[in-house]
Write a protein that binds this ligand. Sequence first.
Ligand code: ATP
Ligand code: SF4
Ligand code: MG
Length: 336
Amino acid sequence: MNSTSEAPLLRVDRLRTIFTLPDGRDAAAVDDVSLAVSAGETLGLVGESGSGKSVTALSILRLVMPPGRITQGGIFFEGRDLLTLEENELRAIRGRRIGFVFQEPMVALNPVYTIGQQIAETLTVHGLAHGRAARARAIEWLRAARVPHPERRAGEYPHQLSGGLRQRAMIALALCAEPSLIIADEPTTALDVTVQAEILDLLRELRASLGLALLLITHDLGVVAEMADRVAVLYGGRIVEEGPVADVFKTPAHPYTRGLLACLPGLADGRRLTAIAGTVPSLGQFPPGCAFAPRCVDRLAVCDTTPPGVTPSIGVASAGRSVRCFLHQPEAGGRG
Ligand SMILES: Nc1ncnc2c1ncn2[C@@H]1O[C@H](COP(=O)(O)OP(=O)(O)OP(=O)(O)O)[C@@H](O)[C@H]1O
Ligand code: SF4
Ligand SMILES: [Mg+2]
């Protein structure tokens, strides 16, 4: 959408987040991850379970708990380096400038307060409205999130709402402080298909009317196709391919992206569903070379011994595309 030459709203630079395993070894759940989201843009972050999507999101918000920690990299948001901020400065950004929506609303919503109280409290904490005005604005945000009968629902507790309504309430809570960026981690995964479509419609509509940027985390490339401008594909904690959605879907460069796309139903060329054989390795179990090598049908000899670096642009007309794979490095025996 708005990929201009100005600095992006969010820039993650070579982020590394590690966990200390029960056996005492350190292992990177997120490694060398760089990404950028411009104002008003939607970046889809996609990958199978265990690929490091949530750890990336939590790292950006600096919510990774021990035994996890960020050991390298920079996170720049609205021109500030979040890794150098004090906790009180971060609190003024979390929920205010960056809103977040999680898969399971019960984690974010407090069970002992009504949803109206929680939205009003957020407005109050951030100094945006107080008392009666805050309560009135909470109802307006519930209305904006298309919660039916918002006056009545504002007085209800999270457990009184259906899954879809709880997710709408969490979206209202994430948006009420009018952030410039929303990080949504699998916002529709726990919902049934019809409600999923409604929530995606809502996010799309609010994104347009409020000019929001969105970091949308999902394991579903179908959601990426519908919602995102750009896509970053994560595997084994590393971004293996990145680029504009239309280009990546048309000419996927990384064997993992090709495998994910082959699993997507409804492809124009009628390819059959072919799940990628094998599973994402557990933390600390990555092979020494390319993390995807044990599952890769295209692997070269070098792939088993050496981790591939990033090729920053591929082919012709490849503006803004990058891939991490030896197939795109002629010096390693790839096609270039
Ligand atoms: N608190 C933790 N302690 C140890 N390992 C962790 C912790 N949190 C995540 N991990 C590991 O980090 C890796 C990445 O996990 P992450 O939750 O980011 O995956 P994900 O892509 O979000 O998967 P899913 O689609 O299942 O949500 C996994 O191997 C996971 O087991
Ligand atoms: S680097 Fe090698 S193993 Fe890894 S995805 Fe590319 S070809 Fe496959
Ligand atoms: Mg996750």
